[in-house]
Ligand binder design. Structure first.
Ligand code: HEM
Ligand SMILES: *[C@@H]1O[C@H](CO)[C@@H](O)[C@H](O)[C@H]1NC(C)=O
Ligand SMILES: *[C@@H]1O[C@H](CO)[C@@H](O)[C@H](O)[C@H]1NC(C)=O
Length: 501
C-alpha cells in the first residue's frame, strides 16, 4: 500500500470525526420539540462571527424576522453550543425581572477567570451568584444622585474645555470633518479621570497623558478576547488550562499604577476631599479592609462599563441630531441660554428623549446573553413545555426588538417624541419588555444616572455652541460596523461643527 493513501484515509477519518464533533449536537433543540434556526458545522447559526462580512447582530435579525411571527423561542447554535433565542417580550420581561432567579448571571462570566483577569474578573457584569450580589451592593451607593451632584462643577468645567477643544479642532480640520467617536472618547476619558479619579488626563491638550491611548488600546484589542470566547464555545474544557485576560499585563500594570497615584494624591490632600466615587471607595476600603487590587478593580468598573458605552451613545446622538436639524433645533430651544444647575439639567425631557431614541436605534449592546441558573419552564406557542436547565444560555435580541415595527411605529425613523411623557414615556416600552438599552431588573445598569448626566452635560454645551452638520464622509444609512462587539456606525461618524454666535 502506498503511504499517501493511508495519510489521505486518516485525514478523511479525522475530518469526519471533526465534522461529527461539530454537528452531533445539532438535534439538541429538535429532540426538545423546538424549531432550530439554520445551522452549519463550526459556525453554528451565526456565520458572521467567522466571515466578518457583517455584524453578527444581522444574523440574529434574520433569525428573529424568520421566526418571530410563529414562535416565542427558537433554537440556535453558537459554534456547536445550543442556545435559545427568546423573541417574545413577555418572556424577555420575566427573564430580566420577575423570574430573575432563574437567569441570574451573564454568559460572559463563563469566559473570565478572576485569577488571571484581576480587573474584569471583579466587575459585577461578569460575577456570578452571591459574589455578584455583594459586589453590586458595594458599588451602587457610589453612583448615587448625591455623589453625581458633588462632581457636577467638575463635569461642567470638563464640558467647557470640551467645547474649546472642538473649536480648536474644527479650525484645523480638513474637509473630512471631525471624528465624533474620537472626540467622545476624549470627553469620557476626561470625565472618568477628573470626576472619578480626581486627576486630569489632559485629553484636550496637545500632550494627553498615556491614559487616553491606553484605554483605546484595550478596546482595540478586544477582538482577541472575543475570539477566545468563541473557542470556549467550541470546546469549554480549554478554560481549565488556558485563559486570556481582557486586559493584558501592560494595561493592568498601568491602571494599577494610576490608581495608586490617585489614591495617594487624595490621601495626601485632605483639604481636597469631595463626596465622589473615589471618596466613597476609600471609605469602603477602610470599612471592609479591601486591598489596593480590589479597590482598583472596583474603580476600573467605570472604565470597563461606562467609558466606551457613554462615548458610543454621545457620538451617535450627535450623528442623529446632525441628520435631523429640526429635532436639533428643538433641543436648542429647550436648552435656552442660561447656565444650568444640576437640578435644571435633570429637567430636559426633549434632550433626554433624543438620547433615548439614540439608545433605541444604536443600543451599544445588540444582544444580551444570560445563563440559566435554576430550572425554568417555557410554554411554547403550541402549548408544549420546554424545560431549561442550569448552564443553558438564552439570547435576548435587543437590536431586533428595538427595530420591530410591531412595537415601534416606523422603527427606522428618529422620532424622540415617542418617548415623551404625553405619549406614555419610556416606562410604557420598558414594562412591555421592548426598551432594553440598559437591561432591566436587579441587574439593570447601575450607571444610568451617571451616564445620562454626562451625556446631557456634554450635549447641552455642544448644541448651544455649534450647529452640528454631517460631513459627507459619513454614510447615510444605519449599517453597523462589521466586527466590533458593540454597535457603532460602519465607517465612522464625521461631523462639521459650525460655531454659533
Ligand atoms: C449610556 C451608557 C451606558 C449604557 C448604554 C450601558 C448599558 C449597560 C447594559 C446593557 C448592561 C447590562 C444590563 C443587564 O445585564 O441587564 C450594563 C451593566 C452595567 N453597567 Fe452600564 N451602561 C452605560 C453606562 C454605564 C456607566 C457610566 C457605568 C458606571 C459605573 C456603568 C456600569 C455598569 C455596571 C457595573 C454593570 C453591571 C451590572 C450588573 O451586572 O449587576 N454603565 N450597562
Ligand atoms: C485602533 O485600531 C485602529 C484600526 O485598527 C487604528 O487605526 C488605531 O490607531 C488603533 N488605536 C490605538 C490607540 O491603538
Ligand atoms: C429616558 O430613559 C431613561 C432611562 O431609561 C429614563 O429614566 C428617562 O425617564 C427617559 N426619558 C425620556 C424623556 O424618555
Amino acid at each position: 500500500m502506498c503511504p499517501i493513501s493511508c495519510v489521505l484515509l486518516s485525514l478523511a477519518g479525522f475530518l469526519a470525526l471533526v465534522y461529527v464533533f461539530l454537528t452531533w449536537n445539532f438535534d439538541y433543540w429538535r429532540k426538545r420539540g423546538i424549531l432550530t434556526a439554520p445551522s452549519w458545522p463550526f459556525v453554528g447559526s451565526f456565520p458572521s462571527i467567522f466571515t466578518k462580512k457583517r455584524n453578527v447582530a444581522y444574523d440574529i435579525d434574520d433569525i428573529y424576522k424568520q421566526y418571530k411571527n410563529t414562535e416565542k423561542v427558537v433554537g440556535v447554535f453558537t459554534t456547536r453550543r445550543p442556545q435559545l433565542l427568546v423573541m417574545c417580550p413577555e418572556y424577555i420581561n420575566k427573564i430580566y425581572t420577575s423570574d430573575f432567579r432563574s437567569f441570574h448571571d451573564n454568559e460572559r462570566g463563563n469566559f473570565v477567570d478572576k485569577k488571571v483577569d484581576k480587573i474584569l474578573g471583579n466587575n459585577p457584569f461578569v460575577l456570578k451568584g452571591d459574589e455578584w450580589k455583594e459586589r453590586r451592593a458595594e458599588i451602587t451607593p457610589g453612583l448615587s444622585q448625591n455623589r453625581i451632584k458633588a462632581v457636577y462643577p467638575v463635569s461642567q468645567s470638563v464640558c467647557k474645555k470640551f467645547v474649546d477643544y472642538i473649536k480648536r479642532q474644527q479650525r484645523m480640520a480638513t474637509s473630512q470633518g471631525l471624528d465624533a467617536m474620537e472626540l467622545s472618547l476624549c470627553y469620557t476619558t476626561e470625565v472618568v479621570s477628573d470626576c472619578v479619579l480626581g486627576i486630569s488626563a489632559q485629553s484636550f491638550t496637545d500632550t494627553p497623558t498615556p491614559l487616553v491611548g491606553m484605554i483605546q488600546r484595550v478596546f482595540n484589542s478586544s477582538f482577541r478576547f472575543i475570539f477566545f470566547s468563541i473557542l470556549v464555545n467550541i470546546w469549554p474544557p480549554i478554560l481549565k488550562f488556558y485563559s486570556l485576560p481582557f486586559f493584558n499585563k501592560e494595561a493592568e500594570d498601568f491602571f494599577f499604577d494610576i490608581m495608586r497615584r490617585s489614591i495617594n494624591l487624595r490621601r495626601g490632600k485632605p483639604e481636597q476631599q469631595r463626596d465622589d466615587y473615589l471618596n466613597y471607595m476609600l471609605q469602603l476600603q477602610e470599612k471592609k479592609g479591601l486591598d489596593t487590587a480590589e479597590l482598583t478593580a472596583h474603580t476600573m468598573t467605570f472604565l470597563t462599563d461606562g467609558f466606551e458605552t457613554t462615548a458610543l451613545v454621545l457620538s451617535h446622538t450627535l450623528l442623529l441630531l446632525g441628520r435631523n436639524p429640526e429635532q436639533q433645533q428643538k433641543v436648542r430651544e429647550e436648552i435656552g441660554k442660561a447656565d444650568f444647575t444640576f437640578e435644571q439639567l435633570t429637567e430636559l425631557p426633549y434632550l433626554e428623549a433624543c438620547i433615548n431614541e439614540t439608545l433605541r436605534l444604536f443600543s451599544p449592546q445588540t444582544a444580551a446573553r444570560k445563563l440559566v441558573t435554576e430550572p425554568y419552564d417555557i410554554v411554547t406557542k403550541n402549548g408544549d413545555t420546554l424545560r431549561l436547565s442550569p448552564g443553558d444560555v438564552v439570547i435576548i435580541p435587543v437590536k431586533a426588538i428595538h427595530h420591530d415595527p410591531q412595537y415601534y411605529e416606523n422603527p427606522q425613523a428618529f422620532k424622540p417624541e415617542r418617548f415623551l411623557e404625553v405619549n406614555g414615556g419610556v416606562k410604557k416600552f420598558r414594562d412591555q419588555g421592548v426598551f432594553l438599552p440598559f437591561g432591566n431588573g436587579p441587574r439593570i445598569c447601575p450607571g444610568i444616572r451617571f451616564g445620562m448626566t454626562q451625556l446631557k452635560a456634554a450635549l447641552v454645551e455642544i448644541v448651544r455652541n455649534f450647529d452640528i452638520k454631517i460631513n459627507p464622509k459619513t454614510r447615510s444609512d444605519d449599517q453597523l460596523h462589521d466586527t466590533f462587539f458593540m454597535a457603532t456606525l460602519k465607517g465612522g461618524i464625521f461631523l462639521d461643527f459650525k460655531e454659533r454666535q
